[in-house]
Design a protein around this ligand. Structure first.
Ligand SMILES: Cc1cc2nc3c(=O)[nH]c(=O)nc-3n(C[C@H](O)[C@H](O)[C@H](O)COP(=O)(O)OP(=O)(O)OC[C@H]3O[C@@H](n4cnc5c(N)ncnc54)[C@H](O)[C@@H]3O)c2cc1C
Ligand code: FES
Length: 307
């Protein structure tokens, strides 16, 4: 006898109930490191995700029940240990809240991923991997993958000053040449990462690709530096994302005059085709709300301390 559907139609076959799935366990944080007052590393255990992760992909984290969903790049993964590493900058309510709450042994409510298209690690002869500030973390897996694929890797990393430097050792390990830049000259070349790219271009006329990750203004400057020579330049875009699955349209970016969704078509794109001004304008859309959210959260923290 068939089962009855809501509108009275008889289904030809009884539908077996779906097997019960245990509620997904919270994700355990197994390591934390602070690089500065605002930048911190979290490593969490998720063997299946670590097995699937590829350079260039990201995760969406909900740090606590009823918390906000935020996209974060997979800065490293260790398939043997079954862990994923994130490097986070505390810029607003959720990232500040995580900075306060996420310690080794605590849990994240939910992590979804790996998401996005992996970076294309082709059989290239020579690449320049450029990371600016926090961008140093997401460009690392690409530098390592290129090296493991046999490429000659030139690493260029830049920070405001020497106190903010992190992962220099990790980069040196996988780079055939390494250039460090700082805005104030306290370490390496004085100047922006574009100075490092220019130095690499002066010394090598056979660079196949430049991969640049950092704030949009930095990626724009990198793309302009390589444009005259036509060196392919890949960038990783960070528009505001909501679902991360191509459904809400929140992350749309203009590439070569056409609209693309960074969460499913990217986040890597051809830097020479990106409309960076549009991206930067869209990133400012919620500035007032973001400011208010931090103010409210800071008030709640103060009230909590006082009581
Ligand atoms: C693909 C991708 C990868 C990212 N990887 C990292 C990373 O590895 N480390 C890191 O620190 N940050 C990363 N970000 C940015 C990070 O998601 C935002 O800093 C974070 O969502 C800010 O939330 P908030 O509540 O702390 O700050 P808010 O005050 O809400 O926002 C601060 C700024 O962050 C940006 N932002 C806010 N909400 C979002 C959102 N839902 N999606 C994207 N950007 C947002 C806006 O530019 C905003 O002005 C990534 C963003 C994208 C899209
Ligand atoms: S985040 Fe919704 S479409 Fe990309």
């Amino acid at each position: 006898m068939g089962a009855k559907s809501g509108d009275g139609a008889v289904l030809s076959k009884t539908i077996d109930p779906l097997p019960m799935v245990d509620e997904e366990p919270a994700v355990e944080i197994v390591a934390r490191e602070d690089f500065s007052d605002v930048t911190y590393l979290l490593e969490f255990r998720h063997p299946m995700m670590a097995k699937a992760a590829k350079p260039g992909q990201f995760v969406i984290v909900i740090p606590r029940e009823h918390g906000e969903r935020i996209p974060l790049t997979i800065a490293d993964f260790d398939r043997d240990k079954g862990t994923i590493t994130l490097v986070i900058q505390a810029v607003g309510k959720t990232t500040k809240e995580m900075q306060q709450a996420c310690r080794t042994g605590t849990t994240l409510f939910s992590v979804v991923g790996p998401m996005g298209e992996p970076s294309h690690i082709g059989d290239l002869g020579k690449v320049v991997c450029v990371g600016g500030g926090l961008g140093v973390a997401p460009v690392f897996p690409q530098a390592r993958a290129f090296k493991e694929n046999g490429a000659y890797v030139i690493g260029v990393i830049g920070f405001r000053n020497k106190d903010l430097v992190f992962w220099e050792d990790k980069f040196r390990k996988y780079c055939d040449e390494f250039i460090i830049c700082s805005d104030d000259g306290s370490v390496g070349i004085k100047g922006l990462v574009t100075e490092g790219i220019k130095a690499a271009m002066d010394n090598h006329d056979d660079i196949d690709e430049v991969i640049a990750i950092g704030p949009p203004i930095m990626m724009k400057a990198c793309a302009e530096t390589t444009r005259p020579s036509g060196i392919k330049t890949s960038v990783s875009l960070n528009p505001i994302m909501v679902d991360g699955t191509g459904m809400c349209g929140g992350c749309r970016v203009k590439i070569g005059g056409k609209m693309q969704f960074a969460c499913v078509d990217g986040p890597d794109f051809d830097g020479h085709q990106v409309d960076f001004d549009d991206l930067m304008n869209r990133l400012k859309r919620f500035t007032e709300d973001e400011k208010l959210a931090v103010e409210r959260w800071t008030e709640t923290c103060r009230a909590g301390k006082a009581s």
